[in-house]
Design a protein around this ligand. Sequence first.
Ligand code: ZN
Ligand code: ZN
Length: 349
Amino acid sequence: MFEVRGFAAPQAKAPLVPFTVPRRDVGPHDVHIEILYSGICHSDLHQAHNDWGNSIYPMVPGHEIVGRVKAVGSAVKKFKVGDYAGVGCMVDSCRECESCKRDLEQYCLNHTSFTYNGTEQDRSTPTYGGYSTDVVVEERFVVKVSEKLDLKAVAPLLCAGITTYSPLRHWNVGPGQKVGVVGLGGLGHMGVKFAKAMGAHVTMITTSASKGADAKRLGADAVLLSTDAEAMKAAAASFDFLLNTVPVSHDLNPYINLLKLDGTMVLVGVLTPIDGMIGGALMLPRRTIAGSAIGGMAETQEMMDFCAEHGIVSDIELVDMASINETFVRLTKNDVRYRFVIDMATMPG
Ligand SMILES: [Zn+2]
Ligand SMILES: [Zn+2]
């Protein structure tokens, strides 16, 4: 074991403070990464505040990690010292169940070890995330990052990126399809970029005209204001696929009505109960509502390679480690376009 510098929430509703993070010694299959940048996901805030009632303290948040390989174990094949590498929402899984065998470790039937606020496969050793200078992760759960990309803007790809890429791929979004992205935040802005790069016609569906204008800058072909009843009516039954990134419970019916026959809406943001869904609207015409969570490690690597090929990164604002509590307040107010990323060089000594 060795110790590195980090920031942790000592308990719910308490400010984050400097914290000494224990990391395991590098095993044969492990990669030791010097963290350069760590994205700030909305779920960091929710978990630090115990909004979901499942928080373990002290908590070192952060699951959008990019850095440089500092050391590798003797059996590591994919990485060498000096390579750029990324770590997302998971650091391990059982690797043997049906989901893991299908490279869908996020749906592990036994135990997914989440990058923080979780436990290792022993189900007792706590995991600590990316708000720290170094991390040690098993090779399977580390992805290669191209040096062609702007590293600080790569970090959010590890959660916001894969969360939107995976459903677009799974439902075969591509040329000739009309795709709508509902909600423009950390997830939505990646959804627009990916759907566009996959060749679809992309519409930003938002309540705000100014967000619509920004979505066009990001590559959206059209904007649909969900508050404009006439426009919503005119767009009824016209979409093949909707990526719904709204993080809070909301009325799904107006969006269901936008779907064509055999169209699908995938929810990637909302975790809480949703009620008031009109069954008839799903039946006529035949429509599907589905959910999707992050992506497996093979697909996360595929996404990274896709990003390198298409020059896709996140739109970010770089912040200092010591300003994390002020940054959390800004995140609460949605004062971000579209992801905060911590520059780990600013970690206090
Ligand atoms: Zn996240
Ligand atoms: Zn498994």
